[in-house]
Design a protein around this ligand. Structure first.
Ligand code: GDD
Ligand code: MG
Length: 354
């Protein structure tokens, strides 16, 4: 079977992490997010994958190539300007002649694609949509169904007063390519706002396949951090790769340390935490619940709590980076600085102590 992954969005809500890095390439456990999605598809023997790209396509192409290193075949389709979710798939129509999966490029899930396919065949509908329960449906697309799962209504990003169910569109569809005839060519067009509601108006049946499996989208830094914590908690052992750790340093809980990291004396790292390759943590620093990208340097006695730091950040000695802080690439934090909680620091900024 084929699958299309939608990777054309700009990832604005993930800024400053996506100022220099396209959302699909943001590292998750030190590998690009999209690599996890490709492995997920491959685990269901879905190896013919079409990537619809728009924003910054080159970094994705140069990393994944033809897909052979990852055990899949990749086809790239690049939009000149964003065509929207349905417009992007229409643009790939020449590759699609049988029912196929479509996945939003920012979701991480264990949802059973085999069971979803069986459900799709059983309903004989032209479209199935995976549904997942969430606590706050207002930031997603709510999908109302009847008791058999037949979709009655879509409400994208509803106000709380409009929320009638906690089941939302999980960003995975099974589509019969025939329905692409309802999508105009070279035009910005969305499944969520346009094609799906139009199919319902015409009396076509669409079924929701609801699943309680793990599901998250990495739309915001908070959810990106939560994904790391959830994934690290699942691992048993063997997360550490080559690194140099001083005998007096301590790690506790699940800690993933990338290659060529240096961890100095009396450093304390409390998991779940990830250190990107080449990071250096100096004497007495304390790190807990954090995600550090590549080559992050943390000075002596600095304290980092549940925060994210992009590539090549420099955190001066004695600084305090509290809960929810997000540092873009190449941020420099002067020694003994105290950031306010949930700070967002743009790439290349130098934060001076005040
Ligand atoms: N190729 C291409 N072209 N891809 C696009 C475009 C485009 O013009 N616009 C968006 N995408 C991709 C994004 O990169 C992302 O992977 C996916 O389509 C969904 O776009 P988002 O911008 O992340 O949408 P959302 O998170 O607000 O809402 C969507 O996902 C929710 C689940 O996470 C909707 O499908 C909601 O209904 C759904 O609940
Ligand atoms: Mg999204």
């Amino acid at each position: 079977m084929k699958a299309v992954i939608l990777v054309g969005g700009e990832g604005t809500r993930l800024r400053p992490l996506t100022c220099n890095t396209v959302k699909a390439m943001v590292p998750v456990l030190n590998r690009p997010f999209l690599e996890h999605m490709i492995c997920y598809l491959r685990s269901y023997e879905i190896r013919d994958i079409i990537l619809t790209l728009c924003h910054l396509p080159d970094s994705i192409r140069s990393y994944f190539g033809d897909g052979s290193k990852f055990g899949v075949k990749l086809t790239y389709i690049v939009e000149e300007s964003p065509l929207g979710t349905a417009g992007a798939v229409k643009n790939a129509q020449r590759y699609l002649d049988e029912p196929f999966f479509i996945l939003n490029g920012d979701i991480f899930t264990d949802l059973d694609l085999g069971a979803m396919l069986a459900f799709y065949k059983q309903t004989r509908a032209k479209v199935s949509i995976a549904l997942t329960p969430v606590e706050n449906p207002t930031i997603y697309g709510v999908v109302e169904t009847d008791a058999q799962g037949r979709v009655r209504h879509f409400i994208e990003k509803p106000a709380w007063g409009e929320v009638t169910t906690n089941l939302i569109n999980a960003g995975i569809y099974l589509l019969n390519p025939e329905v692409l005839s309802g999508v105009p060519q070279d035009t910005h067009f969305m499944f969520e706002h346009h094609l799906f509601p139009q199919l319902l108006d015409k009396g076509e049946s669409i079924y929701g396949y609801s699943s309680e499996a793990y599901w998250i989208d990495i739309g915001t830094p908070e959810k990106y951090l939560k994904l790391h914590h959830d994934l690290l908690k699942r691992y048993d052992e063997g997360l550490t790769i080559q690194y140099t750790i001083h005998p007096s340093a301590q790690t506790e809980g699940k800690v993933l340390i990338g290659s060529e990291c240096h961890i100095g004396p009396r450093v304390r790292i409390e998991g779940p935490a990830t250190l990107g390759p080449g990071s250096r943590i100096k004497e007495g620093a304390q790190i807990s619940g954090t995600v550090l990208w590549r080559n992050v340097r943390v000075g002596r006695q600095a304290i980092l709590e549940n925060c994210i730091a992009g590539d090549n950040c420099f955190i001066g000695s004695g600084s305090f980076i509290p809960q929810g802080s997000v540092l873009g690439d190449n941020v420099v934090i002067e020694s003994k600085s105290n950031l306010p909680p949930s700070s967002r620091i743009w790439p290349g900024t130098k934060v001076v102590k005040h």
